[in-house]
Design a protein around this ligand. Structure first.
Ligand SMILES: Nc1ncnc2c1ncn2[C@@H]1O[C@H](COP(=O)(O)OP(=O)(O)O)[C@@H](O)[C@H]1O
Length: 334
């Protein structure tokens, strides 16, 4: 019998870059793509409706970052916009795991985010760690990175792609200075949102991107080592993509190569999911077989279309059923 005819072990929903704001339509920076700020809420509603109606209720939803747009901040509407979108999420049947993107930091400080409803770190389940030490389920107190296991044998890792960034860090902090040193080595522009070159991987060194600290990378190593031992299947999620063939390089994480190196040295990773590049992208890494999916963004999806997916997980594969401009895909495990 074909796997596809058997029921999945579990399913989950994915959606990226909602960027809701109660403002008229606009355009991206280069004016090549229209942005539908109000309609994005209706597209989220469509996704929730589909997940509510589905025969197999999804176990959870992954919200891949940029839930509300930075324009809310200047209008004093950040809290209101967030309430509006979270109310919509709350109407659905399942828990949501929120990833943080650049627009989260345009609206809120890191400290505010850590104590907000956008912090979906699960309660500590790790009983093996001695009292007082950090849980293996979380990276560090001010890094928004955690793991969760929705089904035996499957682990999901939420990464903090703005851990090393000029966004969200106090200008007086050591972290801010460290991030400024990194970007300044590559970008001499006065406006650090302006990429340093017109082509190639160096374009990623802009202020709207960021990277992963050594602490976070070390933690990821340890999570993946443990998953390797248990022969688990790991899906990593982050706002920023890490594979150059899965995105326009202007959207890559600063130290994407470090994540690729770590993935390469662990057999457990099967998939990496990101947002940020609203045009979306996909590749399967030829060495590791890991599937790198960049999900098309809701904000640049016309009101008569959709941009969400539902993933069915089987023993040997994940099957993405895309809606609207998201393609159907099969991610076979290697
Ligand atoms: N090529 C560029 N040169 C200068 N500023 C840019 C460039 N691209 C984006 N920006 C600015 O960077 C910020 C983030 O860009 P934006 O396209 O809004 O990000 P996102 O795609 O995450 O919504 C905005 O303030 C935008 O005006």
């Amino acid at each position: 019998m074909d796997d596809q005819q058997q029921p999945p072990l579990f399913t989950f929903g994915v959606i990226a870059d909602i960027q809701y704001a109660d403002i008229d339509d606009g355009y991206n920076f280069t004016r090549s793509r229209r942005r539908y700020y109000r309609s994005s809420l209706q597209l989220l509603r469509n996704a929730q409706q589909s997940w509510s109606d589905s025969a197999v209720a999804p176990r959870f939803v992954l919200q891949l970052g940029d839930i509300i747009d930075g324009f809310n901040k200047g209008r004093g509407a950040s809290d209101r916009a967030l309430d509006t979108v979270l109310r919509e999420f709350g109407s659905g049947p399942v828990e949501v795991h929120h990833v943080w993107g650049n627009h989260e930091f345009y609206n809120f400080s890191r400290r505010a985010l850590l104590s907000s409803r956008l912090n979906t770190t699960p309660p500590d389940t790790d009983t093996e760690e001695p009292a007082g030490s950090l849980s293996a389920d979380r990276a560090a107190p001010d890094i928004y990175a955690y793991r969760f296991s929705p089904f035996p044998g499957f682990t999901f890792v939420v990464l903090d792609a703005y851990d090393v960034s000029l966004l969200g860090r106090e200008e007086s902090s050591e972290e801010y200075r460290g991030a400024r040193d990194v970007i300044r080595q590559h970008n001499n522009n006065e406006d650090l949102n302006c990429p340093p070159v017109v082509e190639g991987l160096e374009r990623r060194f802009t202020m709207f991107n960021g990277g992963f600290s050594k602490d976070q990378l070390d933690w990821l190593e340890s999570v993946l080592s443990s998953a390797d031992e248990k022969k688990e299947r790991v899906t990593i999620i982050s706002h920023l993509p890490v594979h150059p063939n899965s995105t326009d390089p202007i959207c890559l994480a600063w130290n994407f190569d470090k994540i690729l190196d770590i993935i390469k040295s662990h057999s457990s990773v099967v998939c990496f999911m990101a947002g940020h590049d609203h045009d979306g992208g996909y590749c399967q890494d030829k060495d590791t077989g890991v599937h790198h999916l960049t999900l098309e963004g809701v904000i640049e999806t016309p009101p008569d279309s959709d941009a969400f997916g539902t993933v069915s997980v089987y023993e040997d594969r994940m099957v993405l059923k895309g809606s609207g401009r998201i393609a159907d895909r099969v991610f076979l495990f290697q």
